[in-house]
Design a protein around this ligand. Structure first.
Ligand code: HEM
Length: 439
């Protein structure tokens, strides 16, 4: 990393630098362990600001622009309903089910893959690579401060990180390749489902441009869906489960709001408008941003801000947590979970509030999957509220166990595991879940 690290703690500084001057604040630090050794060089989240990053981000954005998002809805809806069924069968494994749901949305949307209920091979490959990413991103490796160390032979004492990196690199290289090759094989066999990959390959074939290069860009860009979207979605939904466990009154209010719109005989759909659930989603992203310090940016040329010299290469961190907990922006008690802060007196979303975009990063690097993320979170949360009660688990004496509310530290945070019971709200709710996928 560069020698200078600047942490921006105020919304004003973030707006003025990472947003207004994003043309020069959108680079990344080098990440020697993650990129050079573990092999995430294909993932545009970690690429330097430049043509390779631009090409991949452009291809990605084309598929996630507003005119395309309706194509992703069936997969998001199906994954939410499968989630309900899995919660019904084994509620104690809810973390595993959230992970399955996030993987299902991404693999189905991006590649048209129908994931298996258990031990899906595509999920397994991607999860291995994600494990490498979180293990690398959440830990300090000396090689990140002294990139020269990457040239140490593996057998030397202190070079154990190279062995670890080599083991991880296999899964990391396979992550974008294996599902992409699956799509190509399915197309050749005439069995391919509709997917982003398949539609983009149609375009490439029709255009007749230099195919190998465009395909490589597409393969990399799609690999970024799982790499950027799985852990983050799981973390946000885990915080939803935590919030519903900790704040039963808010859960009751949300269930009443869902019931009033949906009624007793069906499950939520994307056309349903439930502002209280919108408010819960906004508050969730604000209260517990999954990456409190985002992903570091770097500045490409020397800059001056308020009289301070910011040298080229400086690492610039936008402190999302500080912005999202700023009481001047979001009102009092920002450490508390209060969905009402997002609502007007008449119960509509208050459009004057600053959206919790800081949870998705900044400027030209802002999360390009945020729309998909928010819709997936919304439909999952609304479906759970419609059908389940989430309550505190009981200890051996039958006393409810209060969750600590704590969360892990690192690039990406999760709630510390807590005891909770997830049970259907009624026999009618159970029946709705059981028949949901037959509809
Ligand atoms: C709750 C869910 C999510 C959260 C909180 C989240 C948050 C973030 C954050 C903080 C960044 C870094 C932005 C920056 O550097 O300023 C990012 C980047 C990224 N996210 Fe997300 N994300 C989520 C879901 C997704 C999903 C579902 C996808 C894919 C479908 C995705 C794909 C990406 C990619 C590809 C990047 C790299 C962008 C770049 O460097 O140009 N994310 N996300």
């Amino acid at each position: 990393m560069g020698d200078t690290v600047i942490v921006l703690n105020s919304a004003t500084a973030i707006d003025e630098l990472l947003e207004d001057r994003s043309a020069i604040y959108s680079d990344r630090p080098p990440f020697p362990m993650l990129n050079d050794l573990v092999g995430f060089t294909w993932h545009f989240a970690f690429m330097p600001y430049g043509s390779e990053w631009k090409e991949r981000r452009k291809v990605f954005m084309q598929q996630f622009q507003p005119s395309q998002v309706h194509l992703h809805r069936p997969a998001e809806l199906k994954a939410a309903r499968v989630l309900l069924q899995r919660l019904l069968e084994s509620p104690d494994k809810y973390e595993r089910h959230l992970r399955h749901m996030a993987g299902m949305v991404i693999l189905s949307t991006a590649y048209g893959i129908d994931v298996q209920p258990e031990d899906d091979p595509h999920i397994a490959i991607s999860e291995k690579a994600l494990h490498a990413m979180s293990s690398t991103g959440n830990r300090f490796f000396l090689v990140d401060s002294f990139p020269i160390l990457k040239h140490l032979p593996e057998f030397l004492p202190g070079a154990g990180f190279k062995k670890k990196a080599r083991e991880w690199a296999r899964a990391v290289t396979a992550m974008p390749k294996v599902p992409y090759e699956f799509v190509k094989r399915s197309r050749a066999a005439g069995t391919a489902n509709s997917s982003i990959a398949s539609r983009a390959l149609d375009d490439i074939e029709e255009s007749g441009d230099s195919r190998a290069e465009r395909e490589k860009i597409l393969e990399d860009a799609l690999g970024a869906c799982y790499a950027g979207g799985a852990d983050t979605t799981v973390s946000a939904l885990s915080f939803f489960v935590l919030a519903m466990t900790m704040f039963p009154d808010i859960q009751k209010k949300a269930q009443a709001a869902v019931d009033a719109v949906i009624g007793p005989s069906r499950l939520p759909d994307f056309d349903d408008s439930v502002p209280y659930v919108d408010a819960i989603m906004l508050e969730l992203l604000r209260w517990r941003p999954v990456g409190p310090l985002g992903v570091p940016h770097a500045v490409t040329i020397d800059d001056i801000y308020k009289g301070y010299h910011i040298p080229a290469g400086a690492v610039v961190v936008g402190n999302s947590w500080a912005v999202l907990h700023d009481e001047k922006i979001y009102g009092p008690n920002t450490d508390r979970f209060i969905p009402e802060r997002w609502l007007t007196e008449s119960g509509e979303i208050n459009k004057a509030m600053r959206e919790p975009n800081a949870a998705f990063g900044f400027g030209r690097r802002i999360c390009p999957g945020r729309d998909m993320a928010q819709w997936s979170l919304w439909i999952s949360a609304a479906s759970i509220l419609a059908t389940f009660n989430i309550t505190k688990g009981l200890d051996e004496n039958g006393v409810p166990v209060e969750p600590s509310g704590e969360f892990t530290s690192g690039l990406l945070c999760y709630p510390v595991p807590h005891k909770c019971d997830i049970l259907p709200r009624s026999e009618a709710a159970r029946a709705l879940i059981q028949t949901a996928l037959a509809v």
